[in-house]
Design a binder for this molecule. Sequence first.
Ligand code: NAD
Ligand code: WQD
Length: 341
Amino acid sequence: MRFLLTGGAGYIGSHTCVSLLNAGHDIVVIDNLSNSSPVAIERVEEITGKKIAFYVGDCCDEDFLNEVLDNEQVDAAVHFAGLKAVGESVSIPLRYYKNNIDSTIALCNALAAHNVKRIVFSSSATVYGNSEIVPMREDLPLGVCTNPYGWTKWMNEQILRDLHVSDPEWSVVLLRYFNPVGAHESGKIGEDPSGIPNNLMPFICQTAAGIRKELSIFGNDYDTPDGTCVRDYIHVMDLADGHLKALEYATVHQGVETFNLGTGEGYSVYQMVAAFERANHLTLPHRDAPRRPGDIAQSYADPAKANRILGWKATHTLDDMCRDAWNWQSHNPTGYPKEDA
Ligand code: NAD
Ligand code: WQD
């Protein structure tokens, strides 16, 4: 089959390109490169030995999307494109609401105009808000989000549910990712945060690489086994395979289904540091620091629904995640080469 991936040059999108191509599917990628490099697409082609139809452009631009879909016939779309920095979304909320919501509406209009009514959407565990009921199951009432980024995911889920009510021919799969980390085992593609990273693993990697002096551990007095926050870290290639299963599901089912993509295991920040040191035989300078505002003590998935219905299960270990993250970072200390960009 042939799938459209918006935001396919980004971190999760590029790894999903590899999974889909290796499974024998064709792909079309649209990305405005606002947070990614075209080198990621070249590297995916290198890894898979296959060509990608790649269009640089904005998913909020419905005319542009229509032009792409006039040229490229696809069976379904995965909508990764979006801005994702939680802190930035607090400073520039309108940009986040505009980009993340307009792009979904424009994409759905363009898909429907081409009679493609199948979409897999990149949602997030952030829609559970500040709920601390763990493990988090898909039928947990949606929470109160703690930042505009989270609300864009919450609203996009609602928009897609409403779309299906208006036209039951739509097949919508909402994937709620937990904490994606790691990289393709080749070390050719990985997470390349521009500016200051947002997430723990890039901070760990940059500290190990000497780009940062030490890792700050935000809070050691939470109500968790060792006092640091617990999260469900999932290898990005497991996440990528979840998209393959979700697309296969969306092509044979109509309706709206929501799936958690997590391992079901929670690890603390201290455990992450220890695992990274163990897996990579190095020492990571770190110090305890005050809590980060907005963090909840623990968040981890109940992935049973995805296991059962999609036939998907995360298989990579915590050591795999730490090893592959460092393999990418150490081979690409400054991310993708900028001169090729
Ligand atoms: P990313 O920033 O690496 O990828 C997003 C891609 O979308 C980038 O390549 C960016 O250039 C592109 N993009 C953004 N706005 C666009 C637009 N208007 N038109 C075209 N392209 C646009 O982020 P990621 O980590 O790969 O995340 C992919 C998706 O998954 C996002 O929607 C994100 O919110 C969601 N998500 C990410 C995480 C995470 O921790 N990484 C967790 C849960 C959900
Ligand atoms: C993990 C843990 C930090 C950095 C975020 C978004 C969420 C989703 C995934 C998109 C926390 C601690 C971090 C550091 C630290 N994204 N930490 N030192 O907050 O669980 O989720 O990314 O949808 O919406 O909120 O992930 O990686 O930022 O933090 O101690 O330098 O690591 O306090 O406990 P989080 P994270």
